[in-house]
Structures are given as structure tokens and as C-alpha cells.
Write a protein that binds this ligand. Structure first.
Ligand code: GLU
Length: 331
């Protein structure tokens, strides 16, 4: 029987972590091949190739490395893979998924997964998550959905998924939108039609710097005032509520927007920024007047990825289009 080709890459994360000695903390050690050996049933479903591209905690992944992983994944699709699965750390999964999703130019699915419990822990979730991710990557109904995160039996769309718990098994959720699908008795079930996606050009450069600052009560403006002198090419602010700042921050933002793009996102963890509700100094209407762009449903960390990618292909002038017309949020 001709089995479909599936490509898997391991980058590290808890899913690949073990302790070298008792009483030591776990570190990435387990190769992709060893992970694959934990789900023997996959050999009946697919012809699998596996590569260990890294053994890193996800806090230490960087954009250059992710671009090299993307080029590996593109190659796998050109070689006939019907889908690609990447195992990696969950700490930055909401960002890595967004990064790949903006650049994934295939109908075939790219599925990211990881684990909250390392291999030696009782109830380790790595094997189950990896098998689910492979089932999603092999499913015909996963096509044209871009990048998805598969964890704990749920499928989340890259554009909205967030890590919302630090240690729980159910660590991921998609606020407002909910999971896009789930696995029911090993069958991949979607709850929504695929959203339309707009893919960005590959960045031509990787040296651009985008700052992310969070507004907090009675915060001084010292860091903000130095953003331009420090050489940043863009700024994202995780702002209060629907996209609000203090008057003193808003005054500095006005000076910054003369030179570099500024995105205002909400720090609340859920919901959209406003456009036309509040008129006080520092409100969303005031900040728009001062030249800032509102992130809408895009969370601050995902907004930073978008701005970094746009700056990398000299497309900052298209920022408003990407923020206002992002069809990933329309289902
Ligand atoms: N809980 C994280 C993980 O799932 C810790 C380490 C990391 O993100 O690499 O992998």
C-alpha cells in the first residue's frame, strides 16, 4: 500500500526533555527519532521522515533559526510530504506558530506541537500530542488551514492561540475564537471553515529590531523616550484595555510615530482594541490621531512578529492593510 509521506522535525522543548541525573532539572536531549518511537502506530499510517533540527528550550529560539526551519519544511513539501509536523517548546509556541503562519505558502498543513510534561514524568503528554499532530497533518480536511497548534486533543489556529497557563496540561486556548477543531476518537474534526490567509514575502533582512513594551499603572517614560535612540525599527505597546495609554506615554508615542511604526495592542489577554469609542488623551482615538496603528485582535506578541516580518521585507507601509484586513480573524 502506498502510504502518504509525512515529515517531522524536532526542535527541542519539554517534549524532548529529560534529566541527566536524579535531582537535576530536565533539559532538551531526546531526538526526533526517539520521539517517533513513542508512537509506533504511525508506521501503519504514513511513510515518515524525521529530522532533529535543534535541541533548544523555546525561549532560546530565534527568527533566523525559524527561517531555516521554514526552508526545511518547504523542502519537505516539494519532496511530496502531505503535511509537516514540528515538535518544539510550548513557552513561545504562540509566537513560533504565528511566525510560520505568516510565511507558510502551501495548502498542506504545518502542525506544531509540544508537551507540558517531560518524557519521564507520570502522564507525559508528548506521545499523545505528537500522534494527534501527525493525524491532523495527514488529514485531508486540514488543507488550506495554514499553521495549526495541536495540544491536549485540541486544534488551535496560529493567529489566535495563546499560552494561557504556565504549567497546566490544558495550557493553550484561543480566547474569543475557541479551538478551530479537535480530535474525536482519532478523527480530525473541524468546527469552522478555513479562514482566508494572506502570506507575507520572506524577509530579505533579519537585523531589524522591534521593541515590545507593556503599559503599567503610573509607569515612567524612560524606556519609551529612548526607543528611537536605541535604534529600534518598530514598537509594539501592550496597552491598557481597548488600547489606552497614559497622557505622558501618548505624548512620547506621538514623537515616535514620526520615525517608526507603532502598534497598540491590548494587554488584557483577550478581545480587540477599539477604534472610535474613547476620546481622552491617550485613548485609542487620540493614539490613532498621533499616528499609531491599532492591533485589533492581534495580541502584542503576535503583533511584534507581524511588524518584524513586514520590516524585514520593507513592507511597513502595508501595516494598516495587514491589521485591518486580516481575514484570519473572520470565520
Ligand atoms: N513548558 C515548556 C515546554 O513545553 C518549557 C520549555 C520550552 O518552552 O522549551 O517546552
Amino acid at each position: 500500500m502506498d502510504l502518504p509521506k509525512l515529515a517531522i522535525a524536532a526542535l527541542g522543548g519539554t517534549v524532548s526533555m529529560q534529566a541527566r541525573n536524579a535531582n537535576e532539572g530536565v533539559i532538551p536531549t531526546v531526538s526526533g527519532e526517539t520521539l517517533l518511537a513513542s508512537i509506533p502506530e504511525l508506521t501503519n499510517l504514513a511513510w515518515v521522515t524525521v529530522d532533529t533540527l535543534g535541541l533548544l528550550p523555546s525561549a532560546s529560539l530565534d527568527f533566523e533559526f525559524l527561517l531555516s526551519v521554514l526552508s526545511w519544511a518547504n523542502f519537505q513539501i516539494r519532496q511530496g510530504a502531505v503535511g509537516v509536523v514540528i515538535t518544539l517548546g510550548t513557552d513561545t509556541l504562540e509566537e513560533t506558530a504565528t511566525f510560520f503562519d505568516y510565511l507558510w505558502d502551501h495548502d498542506e498543513p504545518l502542525v506544531l506541537t509540544g508537551a507540558m510534561r517531560s518524557a519521564a514524568q507520570a502522564g507525559a503528554d508528548g506521545p499523545a500530542n505528537l500522534l494527534d499532530a501527525c493525524l491532523v497533518a495527514l488529514a485531508e480536511n486540514s488543507r488550506q488551514r495554514g499553521v495549526q497548534v495541536v495540544v491536549n486533543g485540541q486544534i488551535h489556529q496560529a493567529s489566535v492561540v495563546r499560552k494561557t497557563d504556565s504549567l497546566a496540561l490544558q495550557a493553550f486556548s484561543s480566547p474569543i475564537f475557541g479551538p478551530t477543531g479537535m480530535l474525536v476518537e482519532k478523527t480530525v474534526r473541524y468546527l469552522r471553515q478555513p479562514a482566508q490567509r494572506r502570506v507575507l514575502p520572506l524577509p530579505q533582512q533579519t537585523t531589524q529590531k522591534i521593541a515590545l513594551l507593556e503599559a503599567s499603572l503610573s509607569a515612567d517614560t524612560l524606556l519609551l523616550e529612548n526607543i528611537l535612540d536605541l535604534g529600534y525599527d518598530g514598537l509594539v505597546i501592550a496597552a491598557f484595555g481597548a488600547g489606552h495609554l497614559s497622557k505622558s506615554w501618548a505624548d512620547v508615542v506621538e514623537k515616535i510615530t514620526e520615525k517608526i511604526p507603532v502598534i497598540i495592542a491590548t494587554r488584557t489577554g483577550s478581545g480587540s482594541t477599539a477604534q472610535s469609542s474613547y476620546g481622552f488623551m491617550g485613548s485609542e482615538m487620540d493614539l490613532i490621531r498621533k499616528g499609531a496603528s491599532m492591533a485589533g485582535f492581534l495580541c502584542p506578541r503576535k503583533a511584534r512578529i507581524l511588524l518584524w516580518l513586514l520590516a524585514g521585507c520593507q513592507c511597513q507601509d502595508k501595516l494598516a492593510n495587514y491589521l485591518n484586513e486580516d481575514t484570519r480573524f473572520q470565520n
